[in-house]
Design a protein around this ligand. Sequence first.
Ligand code: S3P
Length: 434
Amino acid sequence: MLLRARSGRPLRGRARPPGDKSISHRAVIMGALASGRTEIDGLLRADDVNCTVAAARAFGAEIIDDGGVCAIISAGGFRQPAETIDCGNSGTAARLLIGAASGYRLSARFDGDQSLRRRPMGRVVAPLSQMGARFDTTDNRLPLIVHGGALNGIMYRSPVSSAQVKSAVLLAGLRAAGETVLIEPERSRDHTERMLAVFGADIDTVEIDGVLHPRVRASALKAARIYVPADPSSAAFPIAAALIVKGSDVRIQDVLVNPLRLGLYETLLEMGAKLTYEEARDPIGEPIADVAARTSALVGVTPPPRRAPSMIDEFPILAVVAAFAEGETRITGAAELRLKESDRIALMVDGLRACGVDAEELPDGLIVRGKGPKSVRGGAHIRTHGDHRVAMSFLVLGLASRDPVTVDDADMIATSFPGFTAFMQSLGADIAAA
Ligand code: S3P
């Protein structure tokens, strides 16, 4: 489906985005690994998570989901699946499930869509092979078969800061002899560590060279009750729109504000964004707050490269906001963007240029030279290569540019933010089928 966004009314009001995708995947996987009845309140029903739900069923869990609280009933552990595990568009589903499956005596074939088949799986195949899993794969990409079984714990120094790699290794570590420690260059999101503790795993941290790293020992998980707050990566779109659309004032409710997910928000504050956290609370071992945002005069910034893991999914929308700021925004340390659902560096620069913005690719990032709120022409038809976050980013741009913007494929937005169009419309945005 083609979608079109154009400028019009200011964005106003309150709304709650759907549940956090990272927490949803983890809750389903751990629920299937745990013995007993796990209940998940606020599970994200999006295509990516639906793949994980289907996988959990294939690995033997019973799942009762009528749209309210989702119940996962399991005897504990994964069983031999009868069919291929289809991970669709989701790197998180693929990498976390491969890690979790590695600890069981089973052989499971994993596959995904065209985008996921291009993405690297060697980053989990390498540590899991060291632990004792075996893989049938031609080029460390999907489709691949994992043969799980008896594993040994390892101390793994991951070359990339990736919560998917970390989580795959820690989930495998639940079934490994000895202890498993994961060291990464910069800390990535820690939802797996937090949630493993809730499910009763033997997990703590160990200090190496003055830095704390997660350590897990073999554990049998016990069913838990999980609440899923709204996804800060989805909240980023209405918040960014409010900053750049004249006269806007929104409150985005019940947002997960785990510090390891807030890199975009930190950066926006440095740019001069009128952004506040309201009613901060921590009822579930993950911090939650409402985020209020108003139209702001913004300046370009250079976020430190070490901040990249805490805003890895938010660079596309940051690049759009930067186009409406005064001055240069220079993003570096983000080479991982080329390995996401699309090459997000190339696609964002292409799209921004098509909208009349001065933008340039770097090997590990991009430069956007913003010329202020009224400078962006828009008027382009954007190629998204089926990337949901690229699509939503350019629709936000179209809400503040002189001419409307269309995106070629809005269907993929359902992988992470079902109801995006209605959500934005409820705040006053003019987004509609083209
Ligand atoms: C995720 C981790 C990130 C992120 C993805 C979700 C997760 O990927 O881009 O959308 O839930 O663990 P990497 O860990 O590969 O950076």
